[in-house]
Design a protein around this ligand. Structure first.
Ligand code: KG4
Ligand code: ZN
Length: 358
């Protein structure tokens, strides 16, 4: 079967086409993403009304590109199922994708499945690179996993007993970790989105040129739960920058690199320790990372090494599925389809839920 998947929950207009054989072999035929980074960059974050406007402007072009890439000529004959992100996300942005999906489902009389964006991030781990074949092993998927989902909107540790059975066992009490990367980048005068910029600068750091090297707190590192807090860490960076600017109003590039390095270490230390702690407490032998911040090399390196040291299996998504994309929504929709007895999925029943949880 072939699935057409649509994702517009935040600032990426994304459409993917997946081909599924024998219910287990998945091939991503197209994974098209139109990013709105340039639109939101001057604001240092995503502006919901602008995101919706850009989705409405670009969605038909992204749709045509996906059809062309997947060589789909006749939607009525070649597509079996449509799926769209119904939440969580920005309400005006989600509505554009949902309205577009409903229009297609009505026109071509296709079933339409509402997919959960976070579930999409979880399933992104199971997708091979576009055009490669991924073989999903249902037996393997039914084993418990601790998922660390880190993005611009979420920082969650999720215990998955099996697909569809989720328990959030820890989450941020304030800012998401990706949001903290973006805010720190902004106060250092770096570009948007901040994650890639901060991590690039952190890699350039070698040795402190200050009398006292910069140290930042590891928020909630000692709390006995699996929750996080990132707003205090961002404020600590703000005070550090103020203090340094009092001595020299133009921050030296090397000092900016050092701040980025120490911020990245502080932010990722807590993520790694709590995720490993959760796996140990719940006696789970597998950890998986996902979400936009899972593109962070240092986080991948630290979490994989620590998991290995503890004898825990580790998984991470291919780079093209770290930030928002529709291929992950396609596999989430497929799993929902697979696990349902009634395969009708009437498009009239699909509703937006911006606050949807797992
Ligand atoms: O999953 P995503 O595309 O969108 C949301 O659902 O939020 O995640 C975007 C977030 C942004 O905050 C961005 O700064 C962060 O992921 N990000 C990174 C990196 N690449 C993207 N954070 C740290 N290091 C990176 N390399
Ligand atoms: Zn996301």
């Amino acid at each position: 079967m072939r699935i057409l998947a649509i994702e517009t929950s935040c600032d990426e207009t994304a459409i993917a086409i997946l081909e599924i054989e024998n219910k287990t072999k998945i091939k991503v035929l197209a994974n098209c993403v139109s990013s709105q980074i340039k639109t939101h960059a001057p604001f240092g974050g995503v502006v919901p009304s602008l995101a919706a406007r850009e989705h409405a402007k670009n969605i038909s072009f992204v749709f045509e590109s996906a059809l062309e890439k997947a060589e789909i000529k006749n939607i009525a004959k070649e597509i079996d199922l449509i799926t769209v992100t119904s939440g969580p996300g920005l309400a005006p942005a989600l509505l554009i994708g949902i309205a577009f999906a409903k229009g297609l489902a009505f026109k071509y009389s296709k079933p339409l499945i509402a997919s959960n964006h976070m579930e999409g991030h979880i399933y992104s781990n199971y997708l091979a690179k576009a055009d490669d074949l991924s073989e999903i092993d249902i037996k393997e998927m039914n084993k418990p996993v601790i998922h660390l989902i880190v993005s611009g909107g979420h920082t969650e540790i999720v215990l998955t007993k099996k697909p569809g059975q989720y328990k959030i066992i820890g989450e941020t009490q304030d800012d998401a970790v990706g949001e903290a990367f973006d805010k720190v980048a902004r106060l250092l005068g770096l570009g948007y989105p901040g994650g890639p910029e901060v991590s690039k600068r952190a890699q350039e750091f070698k040795k402190s040129i200050l009398d006292k090297p910069i140290t930042l707190p590891r928020p909630m590192a000692k709390s006995k739960d699996f929750n996080f807090s990132y707003s205090g860490l961002k404020t600590a960076v703000l005070y550090k920058v103020k203090e340094l600017k009092e001595k020299n109003p133009n921050l030296d590039d090397k000092i900016i690199n050092e701040i980025c390095y120490e911020f990245q270490e502080a932010a990722t230390d807590v993520l790694v320790d709590k995720t490993i702690g959760a796996a140990k407490k719940y006696k789970v032998k597998k950890i998986m990372l996902s979400g936009g911040v899972s593109a962070n090399k240092r986080l991948r390196e630290k979490l994989s090494l620590k998991a290995l040291g503890e004898g825990i299996e580790y998984g991470q998504p291919e780079m093209e599925y770290t930030t928002d994309n529709a291929a992950m929504i396609g596999i989430a929709g497929f799993m929902k389809y697979q696990n349902s007895k009634n395969k009708k999925f009437d498009w009239r029943k699909v509703e937006m839920d911006a606050n949807l949880s797992l």
